[in-house]
Design a protein around this ligand. Structure first.
Ligand SMILES: *[C@@H]1O[C@H](CO)[C@@H](O)[C@H](O)[C@H]1NC(C)=O
Ligand SMILES: *[C@@H]1O[C@H](CO)[C@@H](O)[C@H](O)[C@H]1NC(C)=O
Ligand SMILES: *[C@@H]1O[C@H](CO)[C@@H](O)[C@H](O)[C@H]1NC(C)=O
Ligand SMILES: *[C@@H]1O[C@H](CO)[C@@H](O)[C@H](O)[C@H]1NC(C)=O
Ligand SMILES: *[C@@H]1O[C@H](CO)[C@@H](O)[C@H](O)[C@H]1NC(C)=O
Ligand SMILES: *[C@@H]1O[C@H](CO)[C@@H](O)[C@H](O)[C@H]1NC(C)=O
Ligand SMILES: *[C@@H]1O[C@H](CO)[C@@H](O)[C@H](O)[C@H]1NC(C)=O
Ligand SMILES: *[C@@H]1O[C@H](CO)[C@@H](O)[C@H](O)[C@H]1NC(C)=O
Ligand SMILES: *[C@@H]1O[C@H](CO)[C@@H](O)[C@H](O)[C@H]1NC(C)=O
Ligand SMILES: *[C@@H]1O[C@H](CO)[C@@H](O)[C@H](O)[C@H]1NC(C)=O
Ligand SMILES: *[C@@H]1O[C@H](CO)[C@@H](O)[C@H](O)[C@H]1NC(C)=O
Ligand SMILES: *[C@@H]1O[C@H](CO)[C@@H](O)[C@H](O)[C@H]1NC(C)=O
Length: 416
C-alpha cells in the first residue's frame, strides 16, 4: 500500500513539474529583475541535403527547451535585450528586441541549427547553419503582445511557424502587463468570430478584444420525439477551425455559439437521435446512437457546415466525423463534464463543448437523471486528493519521528 501511495505521489509531483515546464521563457538581469517573458508554440520545417537528395525535417520546439545564458536584458542604447532559447543538440532560436518611441518590436529572429543532429536531420551531411528574418511582431510599450493566429517566417531553406504567442519585452513589474496589443491577424478573426452578444469585460483600455475569445455561454437545447423529450443538452459550443488562406498562410476561425441566437431542432427514433443547431451561418449536427448491448447512449457523429472568411481557399466549409464515441452514459442517466471537451471532427476542425450535461433517449419528466461524471472531472478531483494525502502522510511521518525522538531523549535523560 505504502509503495502504491508513494508512486501516486511521484506521479502527482511529475504533473506539477510538467505544469511548471509549460511556463514561459524568462530573461532576468543581474539583479534578478525580469525583462523579457515569452510563451509560444514554434514549429520548424527545414530543407537539408543528404548524400543523395534533398530532404525536409519538420519538428517543434520541444518542452525541454531552455533559456540560454546568452540571453541578456541589454544596456540602454548600447545593447539590445535578447532572448535565446536552446534545445536539442545545439539548436537555438534567438530574438533580439528594439524599441522606438512608444513601441517595441522583434528586430530579428534568428534560428541556428546543427545539421549533425541525426535525431532531427537523419542522413544529413552535417554542418551548422543560421537563418534570420525580421518577423512582424510589435507592440505598444508596457503591453503584452498576443497573437493566437499562426504566422510563418519563410527563409530559403527554413520555415518557422509561430502560434499562440504571448510575449513582452522591457517588462516593468516582473510580470506580463495587464494591457495587451493584439496582432492584426487575431483582430480580423475575433471581430468576425466573437459574437457581439457575448459579455465582454468592459474595456477601459484602447486595446482590442482579448483572444482567444472567452468561453461560450451555456445553452439549453432539447428535442421532442414521439414519446416526449428525447434529447436534453446543456452546453457551451465553440467551433475551432484552422484553414488555408489564399495567401498560403493559415487562418483560424473561433466561433462561440450565442445561445439566444442559436436555433435548434432534431429528431429521434428508438436508437438514433439528431440535435441540429444553427447559429448565424454555421450549422452543427450532433448524432447520438444507442448501443443496445451496453445500454449506453453516445455521440457518434458531428457534422459542421460553416462559411469561413472570404480569404479562405474554400469559404464554404463542411466536415463530418461519424466514428466518434463521446459523451457516453447509461440510458436513463446523464453525462456531465465541466472540463472542456474537444471533439475532433477533422485534423484541424474541433467542436469544443464546455460545461456539457446531456441525456438522450430515455428522459423521465423532462429532467436529467443520475449523473455520470467525465474522466477529466474525476482526475481534477483526484490530484488535490493525492496532494492532500501526500501532505497528510508527511505530517504523520514528522509526528512519528518527533515522538520517537522525544522518547529517546527522554530515555537518555533518565539514565543520567
Ligand atoms: C539550402 O539547402 C541547400 C541544400 O538543401 C543547400 O545547398 C544550400 O546551401 C542551402 N542554403 C542556405 C542559405 O542554407
Ligand atoms: C513538413 O512541413 C511542410 C510545411 O509545413 C509540409 O508541406 C510538409 O508536408 C511536411 N512534411 C512532412 C514530412 O511532414
Ligand atoms: C551562446 O554562447 C556560447 C558561448 O558562450 C556560444 O558558443 C554559442 O554559440 C552562443 N549561442 C548563441 C545562439 O549565440
Ligand atoms: C540583433 O541581432 C543581429 C545579429 O543577430 C544584429 O545584427 C542586430 O544589430 C541586433 N539588433 C539589435 C537592436 O541589437
Ligand atoms: C537514411 O537513413 C535511413 C535510416 O534512418 C536508412 O534506412 C536509409 O538507407 C538512409 N538513406 C540514405 C540515402 O542514406
Ligand atoms: C496557448 O498558450 C497558453 C499559455 O500562454 C496555454 O495556456 C494555452 O493552452 C495555449 N493554447 C493552445 C490552443 O495551445
Ligand atoms: C507594479 O507593482 C506595484 C506594486 O505591486 C503596483 O503598485 C504598480 O501599479 C504596478 N505597476 C504596473 C505598471 O503594473
Ligand atoms: C493600461 O490600462 C490602464 C487601465 O487599466 C490604463 O490606465 C493605462 O493607460 C493602460 N496603458 C496602456 C499603455 O495602454
Ligand atoms: C423544448 O422544451 C420546451 C419546453 O419544454 C418546448 O416548448 C419545446 O417545444 C422543446 N423544443 C423542442 C425542439 O423539442
Ligand atoms: C438534422 O440533421 C440530419 C443530418 O444532417 C438531417 O438528416 C436531418 O434531416 C436534420 N433534422 C432536422 C429536423 O433538420
Ligand atoms: C416509445 O415508447 C414505446 C413504449 O415504451 C416504445 O415501444 C417505442 O419504441 C418508443 N418510441 C421511441 C421512438 O423511442
Ligand atoms: C451547408 O450550408 C449551405 C449554406 O447554408 C447549404 O447550401 C448546404 O446545403 C449545406 N450543406 C449541408 C451538407 O447541409
Amino acid at each position: 500500500m505504502a509503495r502504491i501511495g508513494g508512486c501516486e505521489v511521484l506521479q502527482a509531483a511529475a504533473m506539477l513539474v510538467f505544469l511548471q515546464m509549460s511556463s514561459a521563457f524568462e530573461v532576468k538581469d543581474e539583479g534578478g529583475k525580469v525583462c523579457i517573458i515569452a510563451n509560444m508554440s514554434v514549429s520548424f520545417s527545414v530543407k537539408y541535403s543528404t548524400k543523395s537528395h534533398q530532404q525536409v525535417a519538420n519538428f517543434t520546439l520541444p518542452q525541454n527547451a531552455k533559456v540560454l545564458t546568452n540571453s541578456t536584458c541589454g544596456k540602454e542604447k548600447l545593447l539590445a535585450p535578447v532572448l535565446v532559447i536552446g534545445f536539442g543538440k545545439g539548436h537555438s532560436l534567438k530574438m533580439n528586441f528594439t524599441k522606438a518611441s512608444k513601441q517595441y518590436s522583434v528586430d530579428k529572429l534568428t534560428f541556428l541549427y546543427n545539421l549533425s543532429d541525426t535525431s532531427l536531420f537523419p542522413n544529413s551531411t552535417g554542418g551548422t547553419k543560421e537563418v534570420s528574418q525580421k518577423p512582424n511582431i510589435q507592440a505598444d510599450m508596457d503591453t503584452r503582445y498576443k497573437c493566437f493566429s499562426t504566422s510563418h517566417i519563410d527563409t530559403l531553406n527554413v520555415t518557422i511557424t509561430l502560434s499562440n504567442v504571448t510575449l513582452e519585452a522591457y517588462v516593468l513589474n516582473n510580470t506580463l502587463s495587464k494591457n495587451e496589443t493584439v496582432c492584426d491577424a487575431d483582430k480580423t478573426h475575433s471581430t468576425t468570430a466573437v459574437p457581439k452578444t457575448t459579455t465582454q469585460t468592459p474595456s477601459t483600455t484602447s486595446q482590442t478584444p482579448t483572444t482567444p475569445p472567452p468561453n461560450p455561454a451555456t445553452g439549453k437545447y432539447n428535442v421532442t420525439g414521439t414519446n416526449g423529450t428525447c434529447v436534453l443538452a446543456h452546453m457551451g459550443l465553440q467551433l475551432n477551425v484552422s484553414y488555408d488562406k489564399k495567401d498560403r498562410k493559415t487562418g483560424l476561425e473561433v466561433l462561440n455559439f450565442a445561445p439566444e441566437n442559436t436555433s435548434f431542432t432534431g429528431s429521434c427514433d428508438s436508437s438514433s437521435a439528431f440535435l441540429n443547431l444553427t447559429f448565424e451561418k454555421t450549422a452543427l449536427v450532433f448524432h447520438f446512437l444507442l448501443n443496445t448491448s451496453t445500454d449506453k447512449f453516445f455521440l457518434q457523429g458531428v457534422t459542421v457546415n460553416t462559411t469561413l472568411p472570404s480569404e479562405a481557399t474554400t469559404p464554404n466549409f463542411e466536415a463530418v466525423n461519424n466514428s466518434m464515441n463521446e459523451l457516453r452514459a447509461t440510458v436513463g442517466n446523464s453525462f456531465k463534464c465541466s472540463a472542456e471537451e474537444k471533439l475532433r471532427v477533422e485534423d484541424r476542425v474541433f467542436v469544443n463543448v464546455f460545461n456539457v450535461w446531456v441525456q438522450v433517449f430515455k428522459i423521465n419528466g423532462n429532467k436529467f437523471g443520475a449523473v455520470e461524471e467525465c474522466q477529466l472531472d474525476e482526475n481534477n478531483m483526484v490530484i488535490p486528493i493525492i496532494v492532500g494525502a501526500a501532505l497528510a502522510g508527511l505530517v504523520l511521518i514528522v509526528l512519528v519521528a518527533y515522538l520517537i525522538g522525544r522518547k529517546r531523549s527522554h530515555a537518555g535523560y533518565q539514565t543520567i
